[in-house]
Ligand binder design. Structure first.
Ligand SMILES: O=C(O)CCC(=O)C(=O)O
Ligand SMILES: [Fe+2]
Length: 296
């Protein structure tokens, strides 16, 4: 299947070995330095969810850290992204750097996270083409990590009536909560497809797709970058992370990065700024406070 069709129909595209071994080592070293953690010193924590102890997550870390800017314009990566969303792909500020962190719960990364509700699901005027790329630096053997997807959960399926979609989403939510209890319960999600990753592998996915990290028993290092085709959906996602989710600490794109992106044809110019987006998902206030405390 063509990569473009794959993204459209299934919601994700796997690119094995996108980064060369030297690049994997280079980025591993950078993340180890920044996090103060090492692969050798990794200790499984929080029952393999990697949410406590030896875990580190720098939200929008790629934008904030000059050493990672070459990743955004990495030729092979950009080439693949353009195969998937077309030649107008630009950098979309939605990034992360993670060590020992696995997002064990079925969730979406987009703005309106209730299936079918809100502007993200309206493609009558503009196609939705915001993707995130997860790039992994560890082997499946050492970490046990795989990224799970519910194929097709990113777009309105033909014949989806309100009630069937609601029931299905409720089932996903229930199973998501169960997944958090144990790996065995997580694996009960029958409609999930798990992609076990190896060093340098990249997974490009529509940010609306339901996805979940697996439990891990060893070090996991990942980098996330975003791309999209400028337009309404692009601006919504950019403004969402920038203004609707202040607890994540997104700032303006540094001038020097803007110059770098412009030079590579990856800068989205004149993206309108606004702070309110209908049906935008936000974490519960208590979660927000905890996050703010952790970040601040
Ligand atoms: O655990 C992973 O690699 C997935 C991370 C993820 O889904 C997220 O950070 O939103
Ligand atoms: Fe996610």
């Amino acid at each position: 299947m063509e990569p473009r069709t794959q993204l459209r129909e299934r919601g994700f595209v796997v690119q094995r070995g996108l980064l060369h071994r030297d690049e994997v080592e280079h980025y591993t070293r950078l993340i180890e330095e920044m996090s103060g953690l090492t692969k050798e010193g990794y200790e499984a924590s929080s029952g393999g969810r990697g949410t406590k102890g030896t875990s580190w997550n720098l939200t929008d870390g790629v934008t904030k850290t000059e050493a990672f800017w070459p990743l955004i314009s990495h030729e092979k990566l950009v080439g693949k992204v353009k195969e998937v969303i077309g030649p107008d792909a630009k950098y979309l500020q939605h990034s992360d750097l993670q060590f020992g962190f696995s997002a064990v719960s079925w969730h979406r990364d987009n703005v309106s996270r209730t299936y079918g509700v809100g502007p993200d699901w309206d493609e009558s005027e503009e196609m939705y083409q915001n993707v995130r790329v997860g790039i992994y630096l560890q082997s499946h053997e050492e970490s046990g990590f795989a990224l799970g997807f519910i194929p097709g959960s990113h777009t309105l399926q033909p014949g989806d009536t309100g009630i069937t979609a609601k029931l299905r989403e409720a089932r996903f939510a229930g199973q998501g909560a169960l997944a958090y209890i144990s790996p065995r319960l997580q694996k009960m999600m029958k409609s999930a497809e798990w992609v076990a990753t190896e060093p340098g592998d990249a997974i490009i996915f529509d940010v609306r797709i339901l996805h979940s990290g697996s439990y891990i028993h060893g070090p996991k290092l990942s980098m996330f970058v975003g791309y999209g085709v400028p337009g309404r959906h692009f601006a919504d996602l950019r403004n969402y992370y920038r203004f609707v989710r202040p607890e994540l600490g997104y700032g303006a794109i540094p001038d020097a990065l803007q110059d770098h992106l412009r030079g590579k044809g990856l800068l989205a110019e004149d993206v309108p700024e606004y702070t309110e987006i209908p049906d935008a998902w936000t974490p519960m206030p208590i979660m927000k406070r905890i996050l703010e405390r952790r970040l601040g």
